[in-house]
Every structure is written in structure tokens, then in C-alpha cells.
Design a protein around this ligand. Structure first.
Ligand code: SF4
Length: 290
């Protein structure tokens, strides 16, 4: 916390005194938690995924659908003990798992939380994949399901939308590590494993094809999840190409490529998922996520 180098941004902030480039200080920023019915079927399963949203983000995509969380310093500061109590509450509410969304800037605090109380249900680590290998190795004993999002292949594209030209170089190493996790899927529910997500972007199909090709040559036991839910959000207005959902033609091009790629385990999201109603409601007036 004194000279933070936790994530690949390595901004060196003294988080005991001020927030780093990710917006996080020394304490966990908890924004909202609840049961999420719209993750992949093996993650949400019957009762919903016990999803926990944190404030801040090290990557900060321009089109982030959780923009209000990733940008502003929002959420309440909680201790590891309080976060452990949240995990416990979600378990009691019947959550299928504990789903940690974009928590890479809180890895030491998560480790402390797991030492206080380890959840009795699977723990899902939901990440933008811009992660260091030492951080992932430290988390590894506590994570059952890795859920990385492999966003960009071309350095020019990741630089345009995140300011990080090294995104693929960093994220591909992280995904290769996570994709090794042996799957445990029983009666449609994932107890362990890895699902690698990729969101098709408007005018981004060429990049999507290269991501699929890269994943196919990994020959890992992981599942690929092709996402079509892109909806203009956050700062997307600044980029003319991002002001619309993907077209049917863009969707079909990527889907056809996935079908021919030789990837054996895949989810394919319908284009109808590009609807704001599937984006969680982070306002305080609604206790539930949707
Ligand atoms: S986790 Fe936050 S404070 Fe630490 S290096 Fe990354 S951006 Fe900086």
C-alpha cells in the first residue's frame, strides 16, 4: 500500500495517504452486492450469482458499462471483516457463488478477507485480465472459477479505448495462466474452471477474430464466451464508432469464425442482450441489482 505496484499500471501511489490511478486507497470500496441472474448459465445457475461490485478500476475502458463505479471514487469503505460478512450474507441468501467483479486493485484486502472466512460456495474472480501473474498466483488457492474478459488484441485498439497499448501482452499471459484451471461442471453448474469472455465491439470484428484464433491455439480446458451485449455507455460518445450496438453482420462474422475455430466449449450470447435492462442498477434507491 505504501508504494503500490499491485497491478500492471504500477503507479507507485502511497495508498495509505491517497488514491492510486485506479481510484483506490487503503480500504476496500464496496459499491453494491446482490444476486445476478444474467451471468453465463453455469455461473448464475438457479438462484443467481452472489455478485459483489467494487469501486475503482485499473484499466478504465472508455465504454465501461459500469462507468459510474470504475471512474468516480464511489462506494463505502469497508474492512476485510465487513466484506467477509457480505460473503456470508450472500451465502445465506442462496447465492450459487461469490462473484468478485473487478477487484484486482484490492488483492491484499481480499486475501485478508479469505483468511478471516473462506466462503463455503465457489469463488468467481471476474476480471478485465489486466493483471500481474504474482497477484493471480497469490489469489489462486482461494479462487474456484476464473472469469477473465479478454478485450483487445491490437495495441492500437487498447491504447485508443484504455490508454494501455500493452493490454494484450499483459492480459494474454494472465488468461493463459487462468485458462489452465481444471473444469468441474456438474448438472449445469460450474464449481471450478475458467470462462474467457470476449465482447464484440462495433468496427472491432477483425480484433475479435484474432482473439478467437489466439484462444483456439491455447488448447486449454477453458470455455470461451462470446458476448454481443455492447451498448454505448460511459465515455463512448467521444468515439464515433462506439455510438451504436454491433450490427447483425458484425455479429454473424464473429460467430461464424468461432464456429469454424475448432474451439469445443463455448457460450454465444444473442444480439438481443444489447439492452440496458441487463446492466445492473447501482443507484441506492433500488436494493436489488436489477
Ligand atoms: S492497483 Fe491502483 S494504486 Fe496500485 S499500481 Fe494499480 S493503479 Fe496504482
Amino acid at each position: 500500500m505504501g508504494k503500490c505496484g499491485l497491478c500492471p499500471v504500477r503507479c507507485g501511489a502511497d495508498r495509505t495517504r491517497q488514491a492510486g490511478a485506479c481510484g483506490a486507497g487503503a480500504d476496500i470500496l464496496l459499491v453494491k452486492y446482490g444476486l445476478h441472474p444474467y451471468e453465463e448459465p453455469c455461473i448464475s445457475y438457479k438462484n443467481g450469482s452472489g455478485t459483489v461490485f467494487f469501486g475503482g478500476c485499473a484499466l478504465r475502458c472508455a465504454f465501461c458499462q459500469n462507468y459510474e463505479l470504475s471512474r468516480a471514487r464511489c462506494g463505502r469503505e469497508v474492512s476485510a471483516k465487513e466484506l467477509a460478512a457480505v460473503f456470508c450474507e450472500l451465502e445465506e441468501r442462496g447465492a450459487e457463488n461469490i462473484n468478485l467483479v473487478t477487484a484486482s486493485h484490492f488483492v491484499p484486502q481480499l486475501l485478508e478477507t479469505f483468511r478471516i472466512r473462506r466462503p463455503k460456495i465457489p469463488v468467481v474472480y471476474n476480471t478485465h485480465a489486466y493483471e500481474t501473474l504474482p497477484a493471480l498466483r497469490a489469489l489462486d488457492p482461494y479462487i474456484d472459477v476464473w472469469l477473465p474478459d479478454l478485450k483487445f488484441f491490437a495495441p492500437a485498439l487498447s491504447a485508443r479505448y484504455t490508454g494501455r497499448a500493452d493490454y494484450f501482452a499483459v492480459a494474454s499471459r494472465a488468461v493463459a495462466f487462468m485458462a489452465e484451471r481444471k473444469p468441474d461442471l456438474r448438472e449445469g453448474k460450474m464449481y471450478a474452471g475458467c470462462i474467457v469472455r470476449h465482447l464484440i465491439l462495433p468496427l472491432g470484428t477483425g480484433d475479435s477474430l484474432r482473439i478467437i484464433d489466439w484462444f483456439a491455439q491455447l488448447h486449454s480446458p477453458a470455455t470461451f464466451s462470446l458476448m454481443a451485449q455492447y451498448t454505448p455507455c460511459g465515455d463512448a460518445e467521444r468515439f464515433p464508432e462506439l455510438r451504436r450496438p454491433i450490427t447483425a453482420r458484425e455479429y454473424e462474422r464473429v460467430r461464424a469464425h468461432l464456429e469454424q475455430s475448432g474451439i469445443e466449449r463455448a457460450f454465444v450470447q444473442e444480439r438481443a442482450a444489447a439492452d440496458g435492462k441487463f446492466i445492473p442498477d447501482f443507484s441506492e434507491k433500488n436494493d436489488a441489482l436489477f
